[in-house]
Design a protein around this ligand. Structure first.
Ligand SMILES: Cc1ncc(COP(=O)(O)O)c(C=O)c1O
Length: 427
């Protein structure tokens, strides 16, 4: 279908309303409309219409998807309608069918099997399940980066305090993927059991070479855990191809799902290795107190327990489908086009140092800068005056300012960041 025909059929006249700023809810509420076709990263008209699918205010440019993603109406309405439906009858709404449906979508997004996916409340919960479930004991060593988010630091530090594991750190290089593997290799000893790295660092958005690291880890008989909080929903990938043992992500960042949603992937053959520590209803396939017997659920559902919010999980399913309708390739092309424009423009501004990788194969849609004349907090306050929502990065001593670009951002917003940054120092 040609783009113009698509506008007429899928969005009809409401699409034009979207362009002029009218926020239509009907557009996203129709589950039977045709699949959204792929669109070019530079097709501003399409992306403007897409932006109209979000209640996100035009008052300020939201450039912190790395912190929290803005949900589209499709997600908000899914949560609300499920809540309305369930509260009328006061039921949890838990159903095999819903679980299967959302996990199938999640598995397609992540490139794995539905049975390898567990619902969590956030990336940190997934990290905790892996951290506390792996059979690590006193003296066992793990290797991680100096650029970890608090969510992938505190759980391991708690394990260090409680069980006496040893944590070894390497500084991630933005220059070379091989250099990162070499830095890890130098830290490996006979006691190394685990490598824990982010798929993309929260600090400067460096994408680490997970496939090569998986091969390296496997050759040394070491587990590889990946903190994927910054990548699911940003670009397409396939966890089976990447080869890591486990991967945790948030539903409420780049996937744009409801807040307090997350996904944990545990590779099939790791399910019996990563022991579920919090368990209850749904964790077991079969159990009998009388017989002192219990068998965990054969799938990653074993990591789930107790009553949960079905509206949130339903909303997460709607978010994944929303992203899939656009197509992850298209999402990434758009995110990449915006961040490349930002990256290039920032590099031309005097006194600005861009900390994110120059190589676009290891650069994500998170661009982090420092200003030679200002602290990152001063720069952030300056950008605030232009109604630009960014995020300061203190992790790893980076002391930079992070700007995320996602599908609801525009070229005009990127140019506003450039203009505002240029005006920060006229000295
Ligand atoms: C790399 C990384 N890991 C973990 C987290 C924590 O995510 P959540 O709040 O979903 O637990 C974040 C959040 O920014 C992150 O960037």
């Amino acid at each position: 279908m040609k783009r113009n025909d698509f506008f007429k059929t899928a969005f009809g006249s409401l699409a034009l309303a979207g362009i002029t700023g009218f926020r239509s809810r009907q557009i996203v509420d129709d589950p039977f409309r045709p699949e959204w076709p792929g669109t070019g990263p530079d097709d501003e008209q399409f992306w403007k219409i897409l932006r109209a699918q979000f209640p996100l205010t035009d008052e300020r440019a939201y450039l912190n998807t790395g912190g929290l993603g803005a949900s589209p109406y499709a997600v908000i309405d899914a949560v609300k309608s499920k809540m309305d439906e369930l509260e009328k009858i006061c039921e949890t709404g838990h159903s095999e069918e819903l679980w299967k449906d959302v996990k199938s979508s999640a598995a397609a997004l992540l490139g794995c099997d539905p049975g390898e996916v567990a619902f969590t409340r956030n990336a940190t919960e997934g990290i905790n399940i892996v951290c506390n479930g792996l059979p690590l004991k006193r003296g066992d060593e793990m290797i991680t980066t100096t650029h970890e988010h608090v969510g992938n630091s505190v759980p391991w530090l708690a394990l260090l305090q409680r069980e006496g594991i040893v944590i070894k750190l390497f500084e991630p290089s933005v220059e070379s993927a091989q250099e990162n593997i070499d830095r890890i290799a130098k830290l490996v000893t006979k006691r190394t059991r685990l490598i824990s790295v982010p798929h993309a660092t929260t600090t400067v958005g460096l994408v680490l070479p997970i496939k090569a690291l998986s091969e390296f880890a496997r050759s040394k008989n070491i587990w590889l855990f990946v903190d994927g909080a910054q990548t699911a929903g940003m670009f397409p990938f396939n966890l089976h191809e990447l080869g890591c043992d486990a991967y945790a992500t948030s539903g409420h960042k780049w996937i744009l799902g409801p807040k307090e949603t997350g996904l944990l992937y545990v590779r099939k053959d790791m399910l019996d290795v990563i022991q579920p520590k919090f368990t209850g209803a749904y964790s077991a396939d079969d159990f009998s107190l009388a017989k002192n017997a219990m068998k965990f659920h054969p799938s990653a559902q074993r990591y789930e327990f107790g009553t949960v919010s079905i509206p949130l999980r339903f909303g997460l399913g709607a978010a994944i489908k929303f992203m899939q309708r656009i197509g992850m390739e298209n999402v990434w092309k758009r995110d990449q086009a915006l961040s490349a424009r930002l990256f290039k423009g920032l590099r031309e501004i005097p006194y600005v140092k861009v900390l994110s990788p120059t190589d676009d194969t290891t650069r994500s849609a998170l661009i982090t800068i420092q200003h030679e004349k200002m602290t990152y907090l001063e720069l952030q306050s300056h950008l605030d005056k232009f109604k630009l929502r960014t995020r300061g990065v203190g992790e790893g001593g980076v002391n930079g300012l992070r700007i995320s670009t996602h599908i609801y951002n525009s070229v005009e917003e990127v140019d506003r960041v450039l203009e505002a940054t240029r005006s920060a120092w006229r000295g």
